[in-house]
Design a protein around this ligand. Structure first.
Ligand SMILES: [Zn+2]
Length: 227
């Protein structure tokens, strides 16, 4: 933002560059060639009031709808970096829309799973989906385990019988994902049928918290002392 102002680069509407404008540019899926349809809708046809779509209507995520000018890897890295900085500044940033938005329900508490970045600021930083109750009210209210996004993609690919992950097929065929318990995903398909898939963390180390590492370290040291 500072650099654009310094270089005298104009904004689309001629106003001042703001953090939120930069944030929406950096998080806009259009730059990686994707389009999210029905991000918002006209809530009142008389006043023509526009409302952001927070699950009232389905959203459609179209991958590769046009030519990308930013590669996916860079885009994802930027999302993680923005989340890292937001966490540092103590105002967790909502990540941009994805094909899983509003789709995953926690059966322990009834809340939706939301996208976030775990392990912010470490080399284990990754995109995960977490129960909103767990995120906003704490583990004592709902202890549902977070689901890494790559696991979700892998399981969707599996239940749809695809060779490769395809977010377009997902939004057309899977209507809901329920999480009755940790490591269990119940997929509901458009025709009403259901399929259950299970998962486990690939590497235990990746899911370890600093506290768990410290305990393990102390235990290891204690063992050395005894020996
Ligand atoms: Zn929950």
């Amino acid at each position: 933002m500072k650099k654009l102002i310094r270089l005298g680069v104009p904004t689309k509407c001629g106003g001042r560059w703001s953090e939120s404008t930069i944030g929406s540019i950096l998080g806009n899926e259009k730059f990686i060639g994707d389009t999210c349809l029905q991000k918002g809708f006209i809530a009142d046809h008389l006043t023509k009031q526009w409302k952001s779509n927070s699950g009232e209507l389905p959203k459609y995520y179209v991958e590769g709808s046009h030519e990308a000018i930013i590669d996916r890897e860079t885009f994802k890295a930027v999302q993680i970096e923005m989340a890292r900085r937001a966490a540092k500044a103590n105002h967790p940033r909502k990540l941009t829309f994805s094909e899983f938005s509003g789709l995953i329900t926690c059966k322990k508490c009834g809340a939706k799973f939301r996208k976030k970045v775990s392990g912010v600021g470490t080399k284990y930083a990754k995109v995960v989906w977490a129960c909103a109750t767990y995120t906003y009210r704490g583990k004592h209210e709902c202890a549902a385990k977070r689901i890494p996004e790559d696991i979700l993609e892998e399981k969707c690919t599996e239940v749809l019988g695809l060779a490769e992950y395809d977010p377009n097929l997902l939004s057309g065929k899977i209507t809901a994902i329920a999480v009755p318990d940790d490591g269990v995903l119940v997929f509901t398909f458009k025709d009403g049928t259901e399929q259950t898939a299970t998962w486990e963390n690939r590497s235990r180390r990746e899911s370890w918290t600093d506290e768990m590492r410290q305990t393990a370290r102390e235990r290891a040291l204690g063992g050395a002392d005894n020996g």
